[in-house]
Design a binder for this molecule. Structure first.
Ligand code: BGC
Length: 424
């Protein structure tokens, strides 16, 4: 008799996708939109030797991206059709606070409509407050380096929370990947404001921690039942041999990257949101053999190892707030998603309280410094055809996993082509 393959996720598991306001709707008065057209940035894009030279200039300008803010109803309808019962979306600080001391009533009204629409569809929302973009007027004063950063951030948070709590929004993500932001912008010199200054990176990280704690308190004061956390970039650092040298490498990597910010806020988080894309490997030569369109190694087991690390460090409930791959042809996404979810299931079997999985991303979007070419979407955006939305095959596979709340033989057979080990 054929062996039955049957796995189920916990009841009421949150299933869905994540995206960030700037990446799907754009915004013209931010540190990013200003940087995209700055002479320094253009120099890099126009330089034949740069990895960013590959595409025409408009690839690198976000503009209004996928116009999600105009099309949120049909986008949310689509998420519903694809079986999602949860979503991670958010607001744009520069739209809510277009000028110093100004809260835009029209934009508040728009996010209220978004939240009401999700409520009507019975999609649980994880509202993301800050995903890297800073209003230009605030950036001109130094962004998170400004002595008034916490004041600006908390006025923004207060306005959004006041508008959405009465509608029943109780799940909040204050900040996205503060580690990626602080390192790439202030230490590695890659993102605006392109600095290479460790002291500034440390200063900004401390300000972000303060901002998170202040936001946590604001949300809890308005809604004591709220669940508040952050979405953070975690990647398991893997050693190849258990030697003191390799152990020291791992510990340093964990502390510098994964733990540096989180250790500052441990008493102020109800859950931890894990954003996971790849592992760190002591011996880089052992990477592969499957890579995504960005050249990032695809190694689904690393999701399990990462969840175990985070659970061992912090002992808090976990939700996967991002996990996915750039795969324009959708030739590896099905396999990656299926395998990653199997490993996530194993973490749950091993006792970790994981309560949700939000794939990155619902739709193809503006992939920051790379621009539009990397395609992370379950749904393809046809940029040549009025931004038409077209679900990829893997989106239907994901829908069926959600419907079943797990896996079985029939599903494996139905999607065999999509889930088998990809050709290199
Ligand atoms: C970010 C997303 C980004 C994704 C893929 C994460 O670091 O939070 O905004 O699009 O990774 O690069």
């Amino acid at each position: 008799m054929k062996k039955q393959f049957k796995k189920r996720f916990p009841e009421n598991f949150d299933w869905g996708a994540a995206f960030a306001s700037y990446q799907v709707s754009g915004c013209k008065n931010t540190n990013w939109s200003d940087w995209e057209i700055s002479p320094d940035r253009l120099k890099v894009i126009m330089n034949e030797k740069s990895e960013y030279y590959r595409y025409p200039l408009d690839n690198y300008i976000c503009g209004d991206a996928c116009r999600h803010d105009k099309r949120f109803k049909s986008d949310f309808d689509l998420a519903k059709k694809l079986g999602h019962n949860a979503i991670r979306c958010g607001s744009e600080p520069a739209k809510i606070m277009p000028a110093k001391g100004v809260i835009d009533a029209h934009e508040i009204d728009r996010i209220v409509k978004m939240a009401l629409y999700l409520k009507a569809l019975d999609i649980k929302v994880y509202w993301n407050l800050w995903h890297w973009t800073i209003p230009s007027w605030w950036e001109d004063e130094g962004g998170w380096e400004s002595p008034r950063a916490i004041e600006y951030f908390t006025s923004y948070v207060t306005a959004v929370v006041k508008a959405l709590v009465p509608l029943g929004v109780t799940n909040w993500i204050t900040m996205n990947e503060t580690n990626v932001f602080a390192k790439l912008s202030y230490e590695f010199g890659l993102w605006p404001p392109q600095l290479k200054d460790v002291a500034k990176m440390e200063h900004v990280t401390a300000a972000l921690a303060e901002g998170h704690i202040a936001a946590y308190k604001i949300i809890k004061a308005m809604c004591p039942d709220a669940k508040v956390g952050v979405a953070h970039a975690f990647g398991h650092n893997e050693i190849t041999e258990d030697t003191p040298e390799q152990r020291a490498w791992k510990e340093k990597g964990d502390l510098d990257w994964s733990r540096y910010f989180i250790d500052k806020i441990t008493d102020y988080q109800d859950f931890i949101g894990i954003n996971h894309y790849m592992r760190g490997l002591y011996d880089e030569k052992k990477k592969g053999p499957i890579f995504n369109d960005l050249g990032w190694e695809m190694h689904p087991r690393a999701l399990y190892d990462t969840v175990m690390d985070v659970w061992n460090w912090y002992g808090k409930p976990i939700i996967i707030t991002e996990n996915g791959c750039a795969d324009r042809k959708d030739s590896r996404r099905g396999w990656f998603l299926w395998e990653s979810l199997l490993w996530l299931h194993k973490a749950i079997e091993d006792g970790v309280p994981v309560f949700g999985y939000l794939h990155w991303s619902l739709m193809d979007n503006f992939e920051w410094a790379y621009g539009f070419w990397p395609r992370f979407g379950l749904v393809e955006i046809d940029r040549e055809n009025n931004l038409k939305r077209r679900p990829r095959k893997s989106a239907y596979m994901y829908r069926d996993i959600i419907r079943l709340n797990g896996f079985n033989n029939e599903l494996a057979e139905k999607y065999w082509e999509a889930i088998r080990y990809p050709k290199k």
